[in-house]
Design a protein around this ligand. Structure first.
Ligand code: PLP
Length: 391
């Protein structure tokens, strides 16, 4: 049969909504440094620790035994049970039926948004924020309203009240936060919860850095009075257990939302990878390892903040492994600063505007590199600042 009509699709190939998405500003810088040995990268949020040995051993053993099948769509029952038990640590009393295991928190964010957002619904996103919230909301047809939070980078009642409108349905919170390291006290969370109740919102709470909370213990917003039926908690194993490539995250959600998320998950993912799930189950028995890693991050945080304050204004991060210094006094834009720093000093950081417009004037530096390398990178940043007029 002769085919007619030419080799190209005559209609638009890539959907408009996808074509209009901006590529991630983090990846751009990541790609620039691939293969450059001379560069110290404080760019991506990738832990520099190997997965604790006990976890690796458990995964290797499972492969030797031939455990390479699908699991239940929900995730391994033992893992869901262990996650429900683990979350008591953050004040939340939940049960395995409310847990779904996903391919990283990334998938969980997507599932949560796709489950609750209808075209035209409002999603409130405090900025600066993790790069996927806005694009994934837009893909659901959401009307995104960003809440600028500089200079303290904290969400609070007044800021929510100022930006909420009649379409607002979902509020995304993330703490300890990427890129700012901000976290909240119980009182501050209660203030946010008051706004959630008053404006009848549903919260998607990304708590992926919960283990790296430097003062006290992380508290889930879902554990506050009145919040149990309004919060989808997201967390995972990428950061706390350095398991980024194993792709295990999870959500703890009210029954109706969980069911919706499960439906999408079973069609688009089927299940999270079994090897990672087995590793995750072992990980929850290794919390002492996390304490050790946290102590090292805290040492690095203290060092980086103290040194960078010689040249920049820097908020003390409460958690995660990022600092977010204000570089506006150099007169350079965030992108200009990051590009020149890379070219002149071989240090990669991410321009603050990759996390939203109000991140302009800042850079994000991840202290997830070995202490000696970190010291070298910080010294190069300070030299760079001084050469560009800072004293
Ligand atoms: N949420 C936040 C705030 C992050 O910083 C990241 C990764 O950097 C993710 C989610 C994605 O995590 P995962 O590797 O579990 O998909």
């Amino acid at each position: 049969m002769k085919r007619t009509g030419g080799s190209h699709l005559s209609r638009r190939r890539v959907a408009r909504v996808v074509e209009n998405l901006k590529p991630s500003g983090i990846r751009k810088f990541f790609d620039l440094v691939i293969g450059r040995e001379d560069v110290i990268s404080l760019g991506v949020g990738e832990p520099d620790f190997a997965v604790p040995w006990r976890i690796r051993e458990e995964m290797i053993y499972s492969l030797e035994k031939g455990y390479t099948s699908y699991t239940s769509n929900h995730g391994l029952p033992e893992l869901r049970e262990a996650i429900a038990e683990y979350y008591k640590r953050f004040g939340l009393d939940t049960n395995p039926e409310q847990v779904i295991v996903t391919a990283g928190v990334s998938e969980a964010i997507d599932l949560a948004l796709r489950t609750v957002v209808e075209p035209g619904d409002g999603v409130l996103i405090p900025e600066p924020c993790y790069v996927s919230y806005k694009p994934l909301s837009i893909l659901c047809g959401a009307e995104v309203v960003t809440i600028p939070t500089n200079p303290d980078f904290k969400l609070n009642y007044d800021r929510i009240r100022q930006y909420v409108n009649e379409k607002s349905k979902v509020l995304i919170v993330n703490y300890p936060a990427n890129p700012t390291g901000v976290s909240y006290s119980k009182k501050e969370l209660e203030e946010i919860a008051d706004a959630v109740l008053e404006f009848d919102l549903l919260v998607i709470s990304d708590e992926i850095y919960a283990e790296f909370t430097y003062k006290g213990r992380h508290m889930s917003i879902a554990s506050l009075n009145g919040m149990e039926d309004r919060v989808v908690v997201l967390n995972g194993f990428s950061k706390a257990f350095a398991m980024t490539g194993l792709r295990i995250g999870y959500a703890i959600a009210p029954a109706d939302v969980l069911l919706g998320m499960l439906k999408i998950h079973q069609y688009c993912m089927l299940c999270a990878p079994i090897t990672g799930q087995i590793g995750a189950l072992e990980a929850l028995k290794c919390l002492d390892e996390v304490e050790r890693i946290k102590a090292e991050y805290m040492r690095r945080r203290n060092y980086v903040v103290k040194k960078l304050r010689e040249v920049f204004d820097v908020n003390m991060p409460d958690g995660a492994f990022y600092v977010f210094p204000d570089i506006s006094s150099t007169g350079m834009s965030s992108e200009e600063f990051a590009e020149k720093l890379l070219i002149e000093k071989g240090v990669a950081v991410v321009p603050g505007n990759a996390f939203g417009e109000c991140g302009e004037g800042y850079i994000r530096a991840a202290y997830a590199v070995k202490f000696e390398r970190l010291k070298e990178a910080v010294e190069r940043i300070i030299d760079f600042a001084k050469e560009h007029g800072k004293s």
